[in-house]
Design a protein around this ligand. Structure first.
Ligand code: GDP
Ligand code: MN
Length: 380
């Protein structure tokens, strides 16, 4: 999960990383309120989960109420690379002496953490890497050993940060590493990390990606999720514990196993249709899971037919068949359903369904035929 800048800064603050005082605003009025509270001059910043906001006109300095009105008004609703701005972060503006770059990510092939530090921040790190690769100091960190202050001090020297900034930066990098590891981030990036004319070092931007695999030990992440503009179908699916991804097509898909679900998408495409979703109901599909899956797909007005593709391995097809019938009793389904049931106990499963088949609940023997049928139903 990617965080907005303001959420990233909140996350940083938990680990003691210095950020500017500020607040969020969803309207011009709220922006004025925050500006009054933190004191002029302020920076008005678009909150979108995409980089390069500055260049796109999403970061503006304001020295008065009138300027806040102007910039907040312009930035709210602005489209930045396909992301429409709904929220602003207003913070007390900093004077900048120097802009640095720092990030931690996972170096997967080498099974270590990778720190990148540069005295040339403020611009995209890809540009620095291209034009001046020597300006980036890389640090491989063994996750078992971690990053200590002594190593961090050598690192800031190697990156050639200004003398006056080094001790503060070294401490901040250790804090950021703590945030990145204990906070279960896939990425923690500060660009720019600034040195002020008064000699203070702090984070002016925050880019944080949280590792969703660790969400079970971070109940506090819920507050970040609450503000996520999520697909309502995906939200509904998540509440029902389903592994669901909404797409734009007209054929709703239910399959057991991620591989089979992906193949089902491919086959639907192959025969000229479009999938409305990806949905893997996993092993042991019972009536509850099937009902939940049908409910979510049923809530999508674009869906015109539903393709249930089950290959029973450990999952028994007779149980799936009972699950489908049970689910149909509970949920009023708007679209016709095509079933392809194969594998363990398939004959038993088909026998269970046989008395219930009609023009809105049909079976096909193969995946390809079932896809053709579902696509035809979606079109006609
Ligand atoms: P990004 O463009 O999405 O990376 O947004 P940033 O938060 O990094 O802001 C872009 C640029 O705006 C920074 O590199 C700074 O040069 C500038 N900027 C942001 N905040 C301040 C501030 O408080 N004072 C000054 N003088 N410039 C700022
Ligand atoms: Mn930035």
């Amino acid at each position: 999960m990617d965080l907005f800048e303001y959420q990233g800064k909140q996350y940083f603050a938990r680990y003691g990383i210095a950020v500017s005082p500020g607040g969020v605003a969803d309207t011009v009025e709220e922006a004025l309120g925050v500006a009054a509270r933190v004191g002029y001059p302020v920076v008005v910043k678009a909150q979108v989960k995409v980089g390069g906001r500055g260049k796109a006109g999403g970061v503006k300095l304001a020295t008065s109420d009138d300027e806040v009105r102007l910039h907040a008004g312009n930035i709210l609703g602005l489209d930045i690379k396909g992301h429409v701005v709904r929220r602003l972060w207003i913070e007390h503006a900093s004077d900048i002496e120097k802009e640095y770059y720092v990030s931690f990510t996972l170096d997967r092939p080498n099974k270590v953490h990778l720190g990148m530090l540069s005295a040339q921040g403020g611009v995209e790190i890809e540009v620095v890497a291209e034009e001046n690769p020597d300006a980036i100091a890389f640090l491989s960190i063994d996750p078992v050993i971690g990053l200590d202050l002594a190593t961090s001090r050598r690192w800031v020297a190697e990156a050639d940060l200004d003398e006056v900034a080094r001790e503060q930066a070294a401490e901040l990098l250790v804090q950021l590493y703590e945030c990145y590891t204990k906070g279960d981030c896939d990425l923690a990036e500060i660009n720019p990390l600034i040195l002020t004319p008064e000699g203070r070092v702090h984070a002016l931007d925050a880019k944080v990606t949280l590792d969703e695999n660790a969400s079970y030990r971070h109940p506090e992440w819920e507050e970040f999720r609450a503000n996520e503009t999520e697909d309502p179908r995906e939200k509904m699916a998540k509440e029902r514990g389903l592994n669901y991804i909404g797409l734009d097509g007209t054929v709703g898909i239910i399959a057991n196993g991620a591989g089979l679900a992906m193949s089902t998408l491919d086959v639907v495409n192959q025969v000229g249709g479009t999938a409305a979703n990806f949905l893997d109901i996993g092993g042991g599909a019972n009536a509850d899971v099937m009902a939940a899956a049908l409910e979510v797909i049923n809530a999508d007005p674009k869906v015109k037919s539903i393709f249930v593709n089950i290959f029973g391995g450990i999952t028994r097809v007779d149980e799936v068949a009972n699950g489908v019938l049970e689910a149909l009793k509970r949920v009023d389904i708007a679209s016709p359903i095509v079933l392809r049931l194969d594998g363990t106990n398939a004959p038993e499963g088909r026998a269970i369904l046989a008395p219930h088949l009609n023009e809105r609940l049909v079976t096909e023997a193969t995946m390809l035929d079932a896809a053709r049928r579902a696509v035809a139903m979606a079109k006609g």
